[in-house]
Design a binder for this molecule. Structure first.
Ligand code: JD8
Length: 261
């Protein structure tokens, strides 16, 4: 996969040189190209913003540099990228969307700043490439760079060969089919007792079935406690009687054949 990122702060993306994604880039699994939007601003001050039409606070990113950047990075006749534009007004970025993006040959991320990018840029881009306006969540950042870092990691780790054999995306929370989008349960490692706190005995039992059952119970309880709205996504047919007992004890009874109708 090729990823192009356009920003007025390309240095924001230094983290993409380390750890998992840095290794993936060195191994040729991921091809990331950073671009400074000011390359396409030709006045003496390399201006990329101006005052908003209709008044109001702040500045808006000018369309001309963005238009020329997209002309350069997505030229007619070349492999057409999917343009991803982070914005608080976008549709939610989810694991499902990350999975779809991981199947794309090219992604082109446009990092806005100030009050955002002149809306004609997305409007014009839609005439020549697929465009997604995407939001990380209901909070406000100062620009799109942090959102793109998050999305590139969420997508990059899904690419074949990026995660080692020991790590599997199939067990991720929110991965399709993996425990039906339950949250992760608690994890522990050595020492067996830390500041007088032992680990759950079951994890030392060697009974793999019982351990799997305990982990699922803890995932159900944590999901009920922290993200009860996810319980509605659970396929009732995928819940066994013990699952329903745990959920009922957590205050979320789920109808099943073992319950009186
Ligand atoms: C892109 C400019 C700042 C936004 C005036 C604050 C995503 N979940 C998210 N929260 N915030 C963003 C985001 C914020 C951005 C830009 C993404 C470009 N800003 C603006 C409008 C109000 N300032 C985001 N994904």
């Amino acid at each position: 996969m090729r990823i192009d990122i356009v920003s007025i702060f390309p240095e924001y993306f230094a983290p993409l040189e380390v750890s998992l994604l840095g290794k993936a880039r060195r191994n040729g699994l991921l091809d990331v190209h950073l671009h400074d939007l000011r390359e396409w601003a030709h006045d003496r001050h390399r201006t990329v913003d101006d005052t908003p039409y209709g008044g109001g606070p702040g500045m808006v990113m000018k369309p001309e540099p963005w238009g020329e950047a997209l002309d350069t990075l997505a030229p007619a006749g070349g492999e057409v990228p999917r343009l991803v534009v982070p914005t608080p007004s976008g549709r939610p970025f989810t694991q499902a969307l990350a999975t779809r993006y991981a199947a794309e040959p090219r992604l082109l991320f446009a990092c806005g700043r100030y009050e955002g990018i002149d809306s004609r840029v997305v409007e014009e881009a839609r005439t020549r490439m697929p465009v997604d306006e995407v939001s990380l969540g209901d909070f406000v950042l100062a620009g799109g760079e942090v959102a793109v870092l998050v999305m590139v990691e969420a997508v990059g780790r899904l690419l074949p060969g990026v995660l080692g054999n020991a790590d599997s995306v199939a067990d991720d929370s929110f991965a399709p089919g993996a425990m039906e989008s339950l949250l992760e349960g608690p994890v522990y490692t050595k020492p067996p007792v830390w500041r007088e706190r032992p680990i759950p005995d079951i994890l030392l039992s060697g009974h793999h079935g019982a351990i799997a059952r305990w982990r699922r119970d803890e995932a159900l309880r944590r999901t009920a406690r922290n993200r009860p709205e996810l319980l509605a996504r659970l396929d009732p047919d995928a819940l066994d009687a013990h699952d329903r007992k745990v959920l009922a004890e957590a205050g979320f009874p789920v109808r099943g054949e073992d319950m009186a109708h």
